[in-house]
Design a protein around this ligand. Sequence first.
Ligand code: NAP
Length: 305
Amino acid sequence: MSKVLIAGGTGLVGKRLSQLLVEKGYQVAHLSRKKNPKAKYPTFVWNTSKNFIEERAFEGVEYVINLAGAGIADALWTKSRKKLIIDSRVETTDLLTSYIQKLKNKPKVYLSAAAIGIYGDRGNEELTEESAIGKEGFLVESCIAWENAIRLAAEQNGIRNAALRIGVVLSTKGGALPKMTLPLNFFTASYFGDGGQWYSWIHIDDVCNMFVKLMEDETTTGFYNATTPNPLTNKDLTKQLVKALGKRAITIPAPKAALRLGMGEMADVVLNSNKIFPARMEMAGFEFQHPEFQAAIKDLVLKKI
Ligand SMILES: NC(=O)c1ccc[n+]([C@@H]2O[C@H](COP(=O)([O-])OP(=O)(O)OC[C@H]3O[C@@H](n4cnc5c(N)ncnc54)[C@H](OP(=O)(O)O)[C@@H]3O)[C@@H](O)[C@H]2O)c1
């Protein structure tokens, strides 16, 4: 049974990915900052400030997947929060690289999360992996630092490397969707600014299946956009969400100025426009299970995932 070590496996994507991997017959272990006696999977502790990964974490491991990182939208972007967002991605990548480099029996593959934030705010421009990266904003800055660390890992760890530039992951268990559905309980739905900005979304199972694709397809390497081929404007997405859930709601705009006032620079997370296409994944033959937004929402709700 092939073994997969997932760093940050306790998070939203990691939990679902672990479950799907086990269903496919893989053995899963997690790397976490803390031991949890109730953990579902064997868990090894690591600590970037001490350059430490628990002994035996890599024993028999064929695949390493790094999903670790402090939440982008969990707290306002103060100077120290920004540092944590970057450090928690760069330092975890560097630590894994230094350990893998020294292993006698290396894993076959190193995979990492990255993010579509790398493209910056791009209006109606259609973006693929061949497009230039963004020029300004903290999302661009942090994603560049993260991708530089991932590139360095690829140069130094001596194994195959690939990464997913992940879009807005849809799940009922966390991330953006529960925040979008909450106002529906009060018969309202909101879009942000003029609602014309593009959101590049993906069903959580499709992003997990993309990781499996990168594990199993030995020809894959480098960065891949992890979004569906059907991005939607914020306004359309809001309307389709209400429809998919069969709710009644008045759609109200949340003005840009109010968002900037409340969220500061972090409002970029909801105001940036990213019309992104998964060109490299499609070329590699990846088949989406949930390419249509309303069907994706219905599936998530039905399966409670
Ligand atoms: N969800 C999305 O919509 C989305 C979109 C684009 C990119 N991504 C990226 O995909 C990856 C996985 O996303 P996710 O939604 O599953 O993330 P998540 O739920 O926030 O989980 C990430 C995991 O990272 C670990 N972590 C948190 N803070 C850390 C820190 N300061 N230092 C080291 N590890 C830390 C935690 O594991 P322990 O507590 O066990 O250590 C946590 O479970 C992340 O890197 C995220 O940026 C996600």
